[in-house]
Design a protein around this ligand. Structure first.
Ligand code: AMP
Length: 289
């Protein structure tokens, strides 16, 4: 596996790829887990070569303490990527990606970037859109692999690809979960054993919301129930829980026709650790098209 640390080395690697070749790209912030590896596996099955990136992107963190506390496990990550058969990994220093310090370019896709996670973490998705754009310019992959767990991120990036005519196809993969349903996340290692157990309430609530949606319970009632449920769950400080449209991210307040994608989004703190999760309420296949 080729370890690439500079923009110029990445450009050289890209220029030397054989043609024709389908290149798959899996961007990550490292501290890899089985969810990341499932993206790599899909990329490998569907591409001729796969490149991953590990970059804890400072511009997508709204809180310096969150950036500082983000887990970093580079040596282990490289072993996992190598074992997974990845051809290359790009792991630049921040000064490579932001040579002029603060970026002179700003990418925002309102209203998608300003709601839910974007409202709670101002500037977060502008930072995500910017770094994904920079990485796509360099890697020029045919396919970009992202996890459905970060649902809003997939909606923002899909919109950016369309808006900027970027010739990369986004492929969204399902969320990998622990045995009790907790979505795998690099942030889970920061949970104390008690918080780790308490965090299972997120998926339990999402699952109940799905059941209620299937029973045609009015959306407003489902959301109120979920909010009360999380409010009362030990150790859980909910930020938001909502039913939203899968493309516009607008709240779903009335029943929609079955062909409209609907997803439940949730964010909550367990101590200092903020977790997000989501669950499609409607047919999964419409989310992976
Ligand atoms: P991150 O390192 O957290 O930025 O995540 C890198 C990629 O892995 C993103 O596209 C995430 O959506 C995806 N990912 C994170 N957690 C999971 C999971 N539990 N299942 C599937 N994909 C995930």
């Amino acid at each position: 596996m080729k370890i690439i640390q500079t923009v110029s080395a990445l450009r050289r690697w890209r220029a030397e790829r054989p043609s024709p070749e389908e290149l798959g790209f899996v961007p990550t912030m490292g501290a890899l887990h089985a969810g990341h590896l499932s993206l790599l596996k899909a990329a490998q099955a569907q591409s001729d070569a796969v490149i991953a990136s590990i970059f804890v992107n400072p511009t997508q963190f709204d809180r310096p303490d969150d950036l500082a506390a983000y887990p970093r496990e580079e040596a282990r990550d490289l072993e996992l990527l190598e074992a997974a058969g990845c051809q290359a990994v790009f792991m630049p220093h921040a000064s490579e990606m932001y040579p002029s310090g603060a970026s002179r370019v700003h990418i925002s896709l309102p209203p998608l970037t300003g709601v839910w996670e974007g409202a709670s973490r101002p500037g977060h998705f502008d930072g995500v859109a910017l770094i994904v754009n920079k990485l796509l310019m360099l890697v020029q992959p045919h396919h970009l692999y992202m996890g459905q767990k970060d649902f809003q991120q997939t909606v923002v990036i899909r919109a950016m690809l369309e808006e900027l005519f970027i010739p990369t196809e986004l492929r969204v993969r399902p969320t990998l979960r622990e045995a009790d349903g907790l979505a795998m996340s690099s942030r889970n290692v920061r949970l104390s054993p008690a918080q780790r157990a308490q965090a299972a309430c997120l998926y339990a609530t999402l699952s109940q919301m799905h059941k209620q949606w299937q029973e045609a319970i009015p959306p407003g009632q489902i959301v109120s129930w979920a909010a009360a449920q999380l409010q009362g769950a030990p150790g859980c400080q909910p930020d938001y829980v909502q039913l939203v449209h899968g493309r516009t991210l607008e709240p779903v307040t009335v029943p929609l026709p079955p062909e409209e994608p609907v997803v439940a989004l949730v964010a909550a703190f367990f101590g200092p650790v903020r977790l997000i999760d989501c669950l499609p309420m409607t047919d999964q296949t419409m989310f992976f098209a």
